[in-house]
Design a protein around this ligand. Structure first.
Ligand code: FES
Length: 183
């Protein structure tokens, strides 16, 4: 009994030392892996040339009333439509109760005549028709997604079909009366 105590004390000390050594080894290994992996992780961040196109300037002046253009921003099509007074009237007169994803037209535009949206159907990501004058614009005069038949109105809000949400509004600012910067 008398000599078991010192032995177990020594054993405990030995065990503590081993724990300490293995902890230190693990910590050093972790730092080593992190230092080794960082250049690879860092290389996955956007390159300088990608960041340069993070925002897109668009001159709206050449887009006549009733016409639309599509520009690319961060790999996504952006729909820009110069709405007519009739487009705006239709969008404003629609009661929110008629909308699956209720949103006022006023909350989707900065200037009434310019509707700017991400042109990707919120169902499964097809690009809806409605940008060209000859396109089928759907039952609400906005956009029509041929993939599964979603209809969007003149505010880009979903009105009919499987899409769950309105077309998304990207971040943009007017840098002059007829110029916007997207992003
Ligand atoms: S992707 Fe547009 S309706 Fe399905």
């Amino acid at each position: 009994m008398a000599d078991t105590l010192p032995q177990s004390g020594a054993a405990a000390e030995e065990a503590t030392r081993r724990d300490f050594l293995s902890l230190t080894t693990t910590a050093v290994a972790a730092v080593g892996v992190a230092a080794f992996a960082w250049p690879f992780i860092d290389s996955m961040n956007p390159a300088a040339d990608t960041l340069a196109v993070a925002s897109t300037e668009v001159d709206l002046a050449p887009i006549a009333e009733g016409m639309a253009i599509t520009v690319m921003w961060r790999g996504k099509p952006i729909f820009i439509r110069h709405r007519t007074a009739e487009d705006i009237r239709l969008a404003r007169e629609t009661p929110l109760s008629a909308l699956p994803d209720p949103q006022r037209d006023q909350d989707r535009v900065q200037k009434d005549q310019w509707l700017i949206m991400v042109g990707i159907c919120t169902h499964l990501g097809c690009v809806p028709l409605g940008q060209r004058p000859t396109d089928n614009k759907g039952e609400y005069g906005g956009w029509f997604c041929v993939c599964h038949g979603s209809h969007y109105d003149t505010s880009g809000r979903i009105r009919k079909g499987p899409a769950p949400r309105n077309l998304e509004i990207p971040p943009y600012t007017f840098t002059s009366d007829t110029t916007i910067r997207i992003g």
